[in-house]
Design a protein around this ligand. Structure first.
Ligand SMILES: [Zn+2]
Length: 413
């Protein structure tokens, strides 16, 4: 049903198109012009495939519709989504994808011999011995996050169109920008998209279905010191730099991302800037539960108060901003979303694994906006790095999962 070569070639085509997003861009959406070029390409390709209502809006959202099979028009409309931007922290320009037949051992990438995908660090690799995997060439990321998802959705569509005997409800497709900078859904019109349920293909390992994400806040610590000439500072100066350093140091290591895993939350100092007068520390706060977030934030508040006492005359304030919430709070309203996902994975011949993501997805926000959107594996490993790789079989299975999901919602939705 799945045309492996067509899927592979489409993936290879898309990863070679530069579409990195960019952090901290306030005056432009999407954050980079190259994303709009990518969006235009996807729009043209969706139209070429024969979808209806193909559209690209001013924000770079590309959408299209595959109409339901005759008789299934009244079934719930299902959305499939993937983001086409790539992580800004590692170059995504001039990506040179390489298809390897993996025969065991480490994979050294040709453009930078110091970049090797080590068998020791990638226990998943052995599952694909004798099979094809795709990597970048050493200088860039690959962009399987999330062009694997984009290519899989295209292949799922092509398979459904080639097999009209497989029933499907109305399918809505969405390709989105700026996911990697946390703004993937900033202008997304859930109502116009018009789906009852949706799936992002943006997870990692074969078989994963993710129904939980972190709950997330940002915390800004603002420190006001008192600057005086250092020659005459004794007993007078309150150095905001020193207070900031002390603040960061006082947060126990055990609460940091470097020391936590699984369902543990953390406080992560992302950025620190300032001078002797003023300093700010930007934290991200993460936990699976809202109660956990509140505990971590209370810790920051407590620390701020204690540093103010330690440096009398200084000011240490904490400002909290909500970012997103664990999608499970919203998915519970449509249990079939996850139920059918697990079943579709099984039907693709893969043992499903229900996972919690130590991060957010576009699905977290979409679910909060009323569109239940669990996340399904796209197959890539080592996201956001030059060590990224994706097994071709995982991409094939993801496309199959999409076909099964369409059928499940048609038959039982
Ligand atoms: Zn992604």
């Amino acid at each position: 049903m799945i045309d492996v070569e067509r899927l592979k070639q489409r993936f290879i085509k898309y990863v070679q198109v530069w579409s990195s997003s960019k952090d901290d861009v306030d005056d432009r959406y999407p954050s980079t012009p190259q994303q709009l070029a990518m969006a235009a390409l996807l729009r043209d390709d969706l139209a070429a495939l024969g979808l209806e209502d193909v559209r690209m809006d001013e924000w770079g959202y590309v959408t299209g519709t595959l109409p339901a099979s005759p008789g299934y028009e009244a079934r719930p409309t299902v959305g499939f989504l993937a983001h086409y931007d790539t992580y800004p922290g590692v170059s995504g320009e001039n990506v040179k994808p390489i298809v390897h037949r993996y025969e065991g051992g480490d994979i050294v990438l040709p453009d930078d011999p110091t970049v090797a995908i080590l068998a020791d660090e990638n226990p998943e690799l052995v599952r694909y011995r004798g099979e094809e995997i795709i990597t970048a060439s050493g200088n860039t990321l690959l962009g399987a996050d999330d062009k694997a998802g984009v290519a899989e959705i295209f292949e799922g569509l092509a398979a459904l169109m080639a097999h009209p005997e497989i029933p499907r409800p109305t399918l809505r497709i969405g390709f989105t920008p700026d996911e990697e900078v946390g703004a993937g859904t900033a202008h997304f019109d859930v109502k116009a998209f018009g789906a009852h349920v949706a799936y992002t293909f943006d997870g990692s390992l074969l078989g994963e279905v993710e129904n939980e994400t972190f709950s997330a806040d940002g915390a800004t610590v603002r420190i006001t010191g008192r600057d005086v000439h250092p020659g005459y500072a004794k007993g007078k100066m309150l150095n905001a730099v020193r207070i900031a350093a002390r603040f960061v140091e006082c947060v126990p290591q055990g609460l940091s991302p470097e020391w936590t895993e699984k369902r543990e939350g953390y406080l992560h100092p992302l950025k620190i800037e300032g001078n002797a007068s003023n300093a700010t520390i930007a934290y991200i706060v993460r936990d699976f539960t809202v109660e956990g977030l509140e505990r971590l934030e209370a810790y920051l508040e407590m620390l701020a108060a204690s540093l103010q006492r330690e440096f009398p005359g200084s000011k240490v304030e904490v400002e909290i901003k909500e970012q997103y919430r664990n999608m499970i709070y919203h998915l519970d309203k449509e249990p079939r979303a996850v139920e059918f996902a697990l079943e579709a994975v099984r039907q693709a011949g893969v043992e499903p694994r229900l996972e919690s993501i130590r991060g957010g997805t576009d699905g977290s926000r979409l679910s909060a906006m009323g569109l239940p959107t669990p996340n399904i594996f796209a197959g890539g490993v080592n996201f956001h790095s030059k060590f990224e790789w994706v097994p071709v079989r995982a991409m094939v299975k993801a496309a199959e999962v999409m076909v099964h999901l369409a059928r499940l919602w048609a038959e039982r939705g």
